[in-house]
Write a protein that binds this ligand. Structure first.
Ligand code: ASP
Length: 490
């Protein structure tokens, strides 16, 4: 079909991957969703290289047409379009790529449909802990926040860290105290409550419970001193592992073995003897429960009005209790080991997906920027931080390449995905789409890591490969025509 294209292009097209992007000069505002998909898969090859533009994502994962209602799909496409237009408005008037990135992410954070800001998923304890990062490719200035609970738009706080502090990354209460010192109001945690995400957690907890209730393969008892082989420091005692799995450490006496790692999943370590896998709940520090059980929560605290104080360090909040859908009780000391992270399950679509949001942009001056914002992964453990706020893993920008990622964060951290793509562009002089495709379809697939990236180079080339069945994504160039896609195939 494209005889002149290189093999990676063929492979990626077959895999339904979005590639080097068309400038979209001939697109009209009435183009259909199918045409959008075709353009994003480069069925319409580029004629003119775009000089500036913006690419966004709203998360990758198992997203199937059958499970996404037309109404829901239309609503999500509308928000993606709005985000593209917000970023475009900045770029069109000569604004900075950094401003375009934050403007686009703002729109996505304010939507309940995406796993960031308002639509953030719940952790194991029924609390929303949000992460975000932003990076300016021109200066390599970067800012990131992790584990914040009362920040309406974490991307703004990441930017404040970048611009108003000497640091790159701040977490939890410290990050929130810094926000207040900069005049950013905190919002009550109940702002982040959505019934959909809450039900997603309940399903993940039920799945986890079902898995841990299965008759466990008896754990290998610890070796007696006589049986133990001397371990030379630096040499692994464990047998070779299947790529993409991580060996569980030996099970301590009196604790339950973690479920065996499935390829591509990371096994959780067992709870230490006498400790609990889940931090204990401190009575009296409730997470904001829904105003009416089972109903949408009250609107956020208005700026300048009373904000919820940050939770005390180390005292996870009590999950809001929805009648009939009990939250998981805290692990009994010494008995429960954490199950593997469950990717977010959308109770409406029934799909597994991640849902993080991100943007990369090239401005008229030729400078790149990247940003990412997320609620992390449903049922993550208290304090878990994914790749999104880690510079070089989920977010990265330099003078020739910008990347924002979405997917199973632990893999993106271990494979430094964002920086790996840009390093291949820098050191190997690879075209950006080739570098991005290789990392997502080869490196990550071999490792068992699911997800995707959006990426842009300083010439305006775009790549948006993903190895899951779908990724919410979109592009807008100089002509201002937004193009949005979700699935692999039109
Ligand atoms: N990468 C995010 C994380 O692991 C999840 C996502 O992309 O939705 O926290």
């Amino acid at each position: 079909m494209f005889p002149s294209f290189s093999p990676w292009l063929h492979r990626s097209l077959l895999a339904g991957t979005a590639l080097l992007l068309a400038p979209l000069g001939c697109a009209t505002s009435t183009q259909s969703a199918a045409r959008d998909e075709a353009i994003l898969r480069m069925d319409a090859p580029p004629q003119v290289k775009p000089k500036w533009g913006l690419v966004i994502h709203g998360g990758a994962g198992v997203i199937s047409r059958e499970n996404l209602s037309p109404e829901r799909e239309a609503a999500m496409r509308a928000v993606l379009t709005q985000a593209l237009q917000a970023g475009h408005a900045v770029l069109a008037k000569g604004g900075k790529s950094l401003d375009a990135v934050t403007a686009a992410i703002h729109v996505l954070e304010d939507s309940p449909y995406f796993n960031a800001g308002k639509g953030a998923v719940f952790n194991h304890d029924g609390v929303n802990e949000l992460d975000a990062a932003v990076m300016d490719g021109k200066t390599r200035a970067a800012g990131a926040v992790a584990g914040v609970r009362h920040i309406q738009n974490p991307i703004d706080l990441a930017r404040l860290v970048m611009e108003k502090s000497p640091h790159v990354m701040m977490v939890g209460d410290g990050a929130e105290a810094f926000a207040q010192s900069q005049g950013m109001p905190l919002v009550d945690a109940k702002y982040f409550y959505t019934e959909e995400r809450w039900q997603g957690l309940q399903r993940a907890l039920a799945e986890e419970k079902a898995k841990t209730a299965q008759p466990a393969t008896p754990a290998t008892p610890p070796a007696t001193p006589e049986q133990q082989q001397p371990v030379t420091p630096g040499t692994p005692a464990a047998p070779p592992m299947t790529p993409g799995t991580q060996a569980a450490p030996p099970v301590a006496p009196g604790t339950q073995a973690a479920p065996p790692a499935t390829p591509g999943k990371q096994a959780a370590p067992p709870a230490a003897p006498g400790t609990s896998a889940t931090p204990p709940v401190t009575p009296g520090t409730p997470a904001a429960p829904p105003a009416t059980p089972g109903k949408q929560s009250a609107p956020p605290t208005a700026p300048g009005t009373q904000a919820a104080p940050p939770a005390k360090p180390g005292t996870p909040a009590t999950p809001p209790t929805t009648p009939g859908t009990p939250a998981a009780p805290p692990a009994k000391p010494g008995t429960q080991a954490a199950a593997p992270l469950t990717p977010g399950v959308d109770p409406i679509t029934g799909d597994h997906k991640f849902g993080t949001v991100g943007a990369v942009a090239l401005d008229q001056e030729g400078h790149l920027a990247a940003g990412t914002s997320t609620g992390g992964m449903t049922n993550k453990r208290f304090g878990r931080v994914g790749d999104s706020p880690i510079i070089g893993a989920g977010t990265y920008a330099d003078e020739r390449c910008a990347v924002s990622a979405t997917g199973h964060g632990e893999f993106f951290i271990r494979y430094t995905v964002a920086r790996d793509i840009c390093a291949r562009v820098e050191y190997q002089d690879l075209p950006l789409p080739e570098a991005a495709n290789f990392v997502i379809h080869d490196v990550l697939v071999k490792a068992g890591g699911e997800g995707g990236v959006i990426a842009m180079d300083r010439e305006g080339h775009v790549a948006m490969p993903f190895n899951s069945s779908g990724m919410y994504r979109g592009y807008i160039g100089e002509d201002g025509t937004p193009t949005v896609a979700i699935f692999q195939q039109p």
